[in-house]
Design a protein around this ligand. Sequence first.
Ligand code: DX5
Ligand code: ZN
Length: 216
Amino acid sequence: MNILSPSIMTADFLNLGRDLEEIKKAGVKNLHLDVMDGNFVPNISYGPKIISDIKKGTDFILDAHLMINEPENLIEEFSKAGCDYITIHPESTIHLHRQISLIKSFGKKAGVSLNPSTPLSYLDYVIDDIDLILIMSVNPGFGGQSFIPKILDKIRETKELIGDRDIILEVDGGVKLDNLKDIIDAGADMVVVGSAVFDGKDPRKNAEEFLEILND
Ligand code: DX5
Ligand code: ZN
C-alpha cells in the first residue's frame, strides 16, 4: 500500500479546518506541510503556529518539509509544534548530519530532500541515519508546477539505493492522477499531492480518487 500525503500549500486557508475534515473522511492519514522562508526558496508559506494548530485539532501524521535556510534554528520549534517527520535539504545547512541528529534528539523521524538537480551522492554518508528521502519532482517554491519526467529515473535509482533499509521514499511536486501510476511503479512509497487535492471544490472527492489508485 502507498501513502498519500496531501500538501496544504495551495489550500483555502479560510476554510482549512473544513477541508481537512473532508480529506479525513476520504481516508487520508498523513499531511505534508511545506514551510518556506523566502530565502532558500522564492516564496513564503507558514510556520510552527499553523502546524501546532493542526496538531491540536486533528490526528494526521504530520510530515514537515522545511525549505528554509539554517533549519537548525527552528528544528526545536517545529518539533514542539507536533511534526512527526521533519525533512530538510542538504544545501540549507552546513552540517547535515548534525541536524539529522538534532531532529532525532526530539524523538522525530528525520528526512532528507533532494532538489531536481541535487545528486543522490548527498545521501552517501547519512543514509543509515534517516527515516525518509523526499525526492523533489519540481523545483521547490510553488504548488501547481509540472512534474519533471527525468525524475522518474531518479526515483528508480533512489529505490535501488535504499535497498532493504527501512526508509520511506516520498515524491513531491506535480503529482496528478495521470502520472501517479508511473511514479508508484518507479518506487515511490509516499506521494505528496497539493493542487490536485486542494484546487477546485471537492478536496474529499479528489483525495478519494488518489487513494483508490494508491490502495490498489
Ligand atoms: C513545492 C512543494 C510541494 C508542492 C506540491 O515546493 O514542496 O509540496 O506544494 O504541490 P503540487 O502537487 O501542486 O505540485
Ligand atoms: Zn513539499
